[in-house]
Structures are given as C-alpha cells and as structure tokens.
Design a protein around this ligand. Structure first.
Ligand code: PAF
Length: 282
C-alpha cells in the first residue's frame, strides 16, 4: 500500500509533487470525507498515475453568517480513509498559507454564478473559484475530480478552466446516495433523526419530476411545480428554490429539449441541503 505523505507548506507540496508519477489526478475537498469523496478518489486512481487530495475548509466561500467554525472536521479519520484509498499525497494548507495578510486577487466567473446558489449565497462562487485556482496552481494536476452533487460548482469550474485555458481535464462524478436516496453530504451530520427523515423529500421531489418527464411532460414549469408540491408537503422543509434549467448555461427553461438540470435547495431545520437530477434528452 502507498504511504500517504502529508504536507502543509506550498514549497513542500511542490517538492513532493515533482516526485510523483505523471499524470497527476487531484481531488480538492473540505474534509469530513464520505463515500462521495471516496468515489472521486477511486475514479482518480483509475484515471491517473498518482493522486493528490487537499483538505482545506475555505473561509472565503462561507458567508459571514455561515458558521465556519462549526463546519465538521475529523482529520484523523479522513487521513485513515485516504491512506486506505491509496492516495499518494495529502495537502493540508492552513488559512495563512492560502490567504496571507496582503492577499488581494480574486477569480470570478460571471453569468454562471448568478442564478440558483448565486442568488442565495452571494460571493460563494468567487471564494470557490479563487481557492480552486490557487489549489490548481500549486498542485498542477493534469486532471481534477468534482462531484455532480454540487452541479453549479462543477459547471462554474468547467467554465473557469475553459476561459482561463487551464490545462486540466475536469471529471464530474455521479452523486453518491444513502440506500434511501439521501445525497451524501458532510452537512447531513447536522440532521437529527426527524430531520434526516424529512430530508428525503428532496430525493422524492427529484424522482417525481424525473418520472413525470420520462412519461412525456416537457413543460419545465410543470416539472418545477411537481417538485414544489412535494417539498411544501413536508412540514420540516423550507424551500429556497427549485429549478429546471439548461445543463450547461443554467438558464431556466420553458420546455425541456436537451440535457437539463433539475435542482433545488431546501432548508431542513437549520441545515441547508442541495440536490439535483440530470435529465438526458429523450
Ligand atoms: O466542493 C468542495 O468541497 C469545495 O467547494 C472545494 C471545491 C473543495 C473548494 O473549496
């Protein structure tokens, strides 16, 4: 089994990176790993000769009202999982390494960051694209792996890589779900047993809309209404948005024609959950 090397400083990362067999696959994470992250590592192992993972709870993608300090962390467990998954190099930058006091440069993807999560979390994607650019610059991978669970994040990163000519192939891997359908997320840990049960309404709503689409309904508003009705029927759920949008541009549709994205954000108690289904063209 590979020995998992751990580094914090960028200079140490670069030294260790130089010795890794090419091509290098990279999985950026915020830690508190679950089966979704491990599926990204597995795919990276299949595609690349070496795998680098980063764990960094990035402060710039949290709103001042979000509880950054409360974000779940378990480095010992994460390290054991990554060792077992055959990761070669683990980068654990500190906030000081990523954002020294004179830091002042930001990366911003424009239109794609405006709808959906953008309306509810202003500044979030600017934090994501800036940190991902910094992580990419330091690791210099040939491939990077993201989850479809954060569908808008994946679209934004694909656009950024294209716009800025970053020589990195972006892989977007399917959502990993619990046996009852709940999408894996580090935030699920915040749910109490009643909320955990209520959280299934997201999957139910997406499944219902997808079934309706497969039965021939292509009117996007009707699909959105199907999802709304199911979320509103769950007393513990507070709907933030439902969307039926073009897969690439994220523009809301009138009629579903090509590849499309059903997505939603729902608060269950204090926990904000997102989920989505991709509709393939029929
Ligand atoms: O998806 C995440 O965990 C984060 O947004 C990422 C890509 C690691 C950037 O902080």
């Amino acid at each position: 089994m590979n020995v998992l090397k751990q580094v914090t400083q960028i200079s140490h990362l670069r030294d260790a990176r130089k010795r890794l067999p090419e091509p290098v696959g990279f999985v950026p994470t915020m830690g508190y790993l679950h089966a979704g992250h491990l599926s990204l590592v597995k795919r990276a192992r299949e595609e690349a000769a070496s795998v680098v993972v980063s764990i960094f709870v990035n402060p710039t993608q949290f709103a001042p009202t979000d509880d950054l300090e409360a974000y779940p962390r378990d480095l010992e467990r994460d390290t054991a999982l990554l060792q077992e998954a055959g990761v070669d190099l683990l980068w654990l930058p500190t906030p000081e390494v990523m954002y020294p006091p004179d830091f002042q440069t930001w990366v911003n993807v424009e239109s794609l960051t405006q709808p959906l999560e953008g309306t509810k979390r202003p500044g979030h994607f600017r934090g994501v694209t800036t940190v991902v650019t910094k992580l990419f610059n330091a690791v210099q991978p040939q491939m990077a792996f993201f989850g479809q669970k954060d569908a808008q994040q994946a679209a934004v990163i694909r656009q950024m890589v294209k716009d800025l000519n970053m020589p990195i192939e972006i892989f977007v891997e399917p959502i990993v779900r619990e046996p009852d359908g709940l999408a894996m997320s580090s935030r699920n840990t915040y749910l109490n047993p009643k909320e955990r049960q209520a959280a299934l309404c997201l999957y139910r709503a997406l499944e219902a809309a997808q079934t309706t689409y497969q039965a021939g309904q292509t009117n996007a508003e009707s699909l959105r209404e199907t999802m709304r009705t199911i979320i509103h029927a769950e007393p513990l759920a507070e709907l933030e948005y439902v969307s039926c949008a073009d897969y690439d541009t994220l523009v809301e549709l009138e009629t579903v024609k090509g590849k499309s994205l059903l997505s939603m954000a729902v608060r269950i108690g204090k926990t904000r959950l997102i989920d989505n289904h991709v509709l393939e063209a029929v």
